[in-house]
Design a protein around this ligand. Structure first.
Ligand code: HEC
Length: 142
């Protein structure tokens, strides 16, 4: 009697354990760290735009067009950071020297899916990079 009771109890425990594992699975699949804007810039943009964003990366002399100083985007836009435009540029539109939208120079990491929607991780990377570029804007000399 006691024996079959413990047996049921053990099975119950096992099932609970299995269930809690199932419940935890989607959490474990989440990408953990938030994307790092400065690191993304160093990895994908600095080769041309320079480590500080001021336009003289090691690739610059080999390019047909001079990579612009991306710390002057606000100044050149009447003092307002052109956020929407920067996002469009990062997700592969608008700038010829960045390659085509299907094959941007920075590869897949910042790419849109075919239907034009961002994978959530791509959206987060574009956010982080856009925030970083906003943070390095030079203020207009007073
Ligand atoms: C292969 C070199 C190269 C890489 C890598 C590169 N760029 Fe560029 N970028 C350029 C060149 C050259 C231009 C300007 C010429 C043009 O319009 O085609 C430009 C233009 C821009 C502009 C427009 C600036 C303006 O004043 O209008 C922005 C913003 C920009 N890049 C951001 C980025 C970001 C963000 C990254 C990284 C995700 C990046 N670039 C990576 C070469 C590069």
């Amino acid at each position: 009697m006691t024996h079959s009771c413990t047996g049921t109890f053990a099975r119950h425990r096992l099932m609970l354990a299995a269930l809690s594992l199932l419940a935890a699975a989607p959490l474990m699949a989440q990408p953990a760290p938030a994307p790092d804007g400065p690191a993304l810039f160093r990895a994908h943009c600095a080769s041309c735009h320079g480590a500080q964003g001021t336009g003289s990366g090691p690739m610059a002399p080999a390019l047909r067009r001079v990579p612009p100083d991306v710390t002057l985007l606000s100044q050149r836009n009447g003092g307002v950071f052109p956020e929407a435009r920067v996002r469009r540029i990062i997700d592969g539109r608008d700038v010829e020297s960045h390659g085509s939208r299907d094959m941007p120079v920075w590869g897949e990491e910042l790419k849109l899916t075919g239907d034009g929607a961002h994978a959530p991780s791509v959206g987060a990377r574009i956010d982080a990079l856009t925030r970083f570029i906003a943070s390095i804007q030079q203020r207009r000399a007073q």
